[in-house]
Design a protein around this ligand. Structure first.
Ligand code: SF4
Ligand code: SF4
Ligand code: FES
Length: 242
């Protein structure tokens, strides 16, 4: 039953790979009686469960942790589970797959490039000296604080999907891979700077970033890949000169 906090919204969804239109994108509209507090994911679930079971999208945690519900909502890369539908302020909500990623079915895209780009920067501690015999490799509080803003990435891909350099070059490593590389390069325990930098100093690497800041605006975790990219570029130049 409608009340003053409900609103009938039109969901305009860009679909792919369903029905008789196996390899075509097409738009389909659904009406949803949305309530204050509902997320875009809640509305998509309502469509799938009550109107059209063929509508396909990824989701898992519903809590902004797994990164699987990343999609383009009203033209912006966002997490569907973290986007309150009423805050969008539009009667029509446009939902499309993440930009730049190969579509598989409806809003689900091929996310294989995410682990591929991540693994290219060797996203783990590389050490060369043996650990102390009587304790772990320790950090001071200040050393640990340097990792704040670098380790929280949930690999949703919103940043990369918003990046014009990625749209132009699908092999571009992209913002989350740079952020992850810097998370290890900035770690006082890491001794593998050269190994992390290998993939970064490449034609599909750091130098393709034109500092457009789309990635910063898109990140649902308020991280700043552009700042990490600038720090990585400085390190790289310093090491070349030094
Ligand atoms: S700042 Fe760099 S990585 Fe971020 S969106 Fe722009 S070009 Fe892409
Ligand atoms: S940096 Fe932000 S937008 Fe990019 S993958 Fe990580 S959490 Fe998602
Ligand atoms: S469902 Fe996990 S982040 Fe949205």
């Amino acid at each position: 039953m409608a009340n003053h906090e409900n609103k009938t919204l039109t969901f305009r969804i860009r679909r792919y790979g369903t029905g008789g239109k196996a390899h075509e994108h097409y738009w389909q509209e659904y009406k949803v009686e949305a309530m204050k507090g509902q997320s875009v994911l809640d509305c998509l679930n309502e469509i799938r469960f009550k109107q059209d079971g063929s509508l396909t999208f990824r989701r898992s945690c519903r809590s902004g942790i797994c990164g699987s519900c990343a999609m383009t909502i009203n033209g912006v890369s966002r997490l569907a589970c973290e986007t309150q539908v009423m805050t969008l302020g539009t009667e029509t909500v446009t939902v499309e797959p993440l930009k730049g990623f190969r579509p598989i079915k409806d809003l689900a895209v091929d996310i294989d490039p995410i682990p591929e780009k991540l693994l290219a920067v060797k996203p783990y501690l590389i050490t060369k000296t043996p650990p102390p015999s009587d304790q772990e490799r320790l950090q001071s509080q200040a050393e640990r604080s340097r990792l704040d803003g670098l380790y929280e990435c949930i690999l949703c891909g919103c940043c990369t999907a918003s990046c014009p350099s990625f749209w132009a070059d699908e092999k571009y490593l992209g913002p989350f891979a740079f952020l992850k590389a810097y998370r290890f390069i900035a770690d006082s325990r890491d001794e593998g700077e050269r190994e992390h930098f290998e993939a970064l100093d490449d034609k599909h690497g750091l130098w393709r970033c034109h500092t457009i800041f789309n990635c910063v605006e898109a990140c649902p975790k308020s991280l700043n890949p552009t700042k990490a990219i600038a720090a990585l570029k400085r390190e790289l130049v310093k090491n070349r000169i030094g």
